[in-house]
Write a protein of this length. Structure first.
Length: 425
């Protein structure tokens, strides 16, 4: 069992380059299955989740190759299977993204019900509703979803909730449908726009991505293309909060501030200085006295649920009372108990958490309960009094590329140790 060991009292002071967006890369990689040709993706983060979904593509007959400089080459011309392996899909929810592309490409798809972080119920009913509207027959039996359609047809689809995954899955399937598909009340996240941009580069006809209504005019085939993954706004937000919680200063490279308006606005409301520095650079300073704020997670363009845990860690160190209301996932306060072990003063009731800032956190052995909780505990440990260790690193490795090196670039030291190390006995 590996753990990250952190000596408290450190402050960020350096420069960190933000990786390509995990949440975008996974959908893009699945989308390459639609192309009758070779697609090259750039700025692909080297993450556990990326390895899992490339293995899924390989199992379906695609050829994948990681190239130097964070490029991924996918040749989908040999796709000849429609069933994804159980052991891969159940590791990661995003593997479910291959359902729409495989159905559109082969006329049939059989995918296990997905796994992922235990942050609450994330049903796939909206995905299946959309595929049924496109003309597919969909069955759920023995833990698998099977969809069959000799031909997909354009349809008007209204999503009861603006689900990112459902929007992307339906959008991908609709690119090869006969006719026009209109998706209403769809997700507006930058990752949806990124996928639409890649699909259009393949020859698709998608418009309206980034708004509440997306219109897809189906085409007969798609070809390969070259596309670069957008920067990871969640990783950027995590490091912004790391600079703030340590009262330090960071330069972040490769950031899209236009994708982070809610996050930036809330941090500035607290007193964090954030200013653009060049076309894709950002300076973040947390030197000033910070003030408490109330936060409500919402679908984009609201405050992202993926930054709720790091924000809670930050607010735990800010004098005064703050309230976080989680509206996206019903089970995303598992990190509270771990922050309490570090001396935080947090009380939860339903989907709300009341945080009263303390003078200092104290180092403690803690466990990452999910991907973003792990990042929250890491930045909390940097400002704590004494040593902390963070376990269950497989969660962190799913979403943060080479985090030890990036922390070092930011001027702080984090050690990755295995259980047999005498320091952990």
């Amino acid at each position: 069992m590996e753990r990250l060991v952190v000596e408290g009292g450190q402050s960020f002071s350096g420069s960190v380059t933000i990786s390509g967006a995990k949440n975008s890369a996974l959908a893009l990689i699945a989308g390459t299955l639609l192309a009758d040709g070779v697609t090259i993706l750039g700025n692909v983060p080297q993450l556990l989740d990326v390895r899992v979904i490339t293995d899924v593509l390989s199992s379906l007959g695609a050829q994948t190759e990681l190239l130097p400089g964070g490029q991924l080459r996918v040749d989908a011309r040999g796709v000849n299977h429609y069933e994804a392996p159980y052991d891969l899909v159940t590791k990661m929810r995003a593997s479910f993204f291959v359902l729409g592309p495989i159905l559109a490409r082969t006329g049939r798809a059989k995918i296990p019900l997905p796994g992922g972080c235990a942050i609450g119920s994330r049903p796939v009913d909206l995905h299946l509703k959309g595929l049924r509207a496109l003309g597919a027959q969909v069955y759920i039996e023995h833990g698998f979803v099977e969809a069959v359609a000799e031909k997909l047809y354009g349809a008007n689809i209204y999503l009861d909730y603006p689900s990112v995954g459902a929007t992307e899955n339906i959008m991908m399937a609709a690119t090869l449908a006969d006719g026009i598909t209109v998706i209403e009340n769809c997700a507006q996240e930058p990752e949806v726009v990124d996928l639409a941009d890649m699909l259009n580069a393949m020859g698709a006809r998608v418009r309206g991505a980034g708004t509440e209504t997306i219109v897809i005019e189906g085409v007969s085939r798609l070809h390969g293309c070259e596309h670069r993954v957008i920067p990871d706004r969640i990783e950027a937000g995590t490091f912004m909060m790391g600079a703030a919680i340590t009262r330090g200063e960071l330069r972040l490279n490769g950031v899209r501030l236009d994708h982070m308006q809610a996050t930036v606005s809330k941090l500035q409301e607290m007193g964090v200085l954030i200013q653009a520095d060049g076309p894709d650079g950002v300076i973040v300073k947390g030197h000033s006295e910070l003030t408490p704020v109330d936060v409500r997670t919402m679908p984009y363009p609201g405050f992202p649920t993926d930054l709720q845990a790091p924000m809670m860690a930050l607010l735990a160190t800010v004098k005064g009372t703050s309230i976080i209301t989680e509206t996206v996932f019903e089970n995303r306060f598992l990190h509270v108990d771990e922050l309490l072990r570090m001396g935080a003063n947090i009380k939860t009731e339903g989907n709300a958490a009341v945080i009263v800032g303390v003078d200092r956190l104290s180092g403690a052995p803690v466990q990452a309960t999910d991907l973003r909780a792990g990042a929250a505990l890491l930045i909390a440990a940097l400002t704590a009094d004494g040593q902390s260790s963070v376990g269950a690193l497989h969660h962190i490795d799913r979403g943060y590329e080479d985090i030890v090196t990036k922390f070092a670039d930011g001027g702080v030291n984090v050690s990755r140790l295995v259980a047999c190390d005498p320091l952990l006995v």
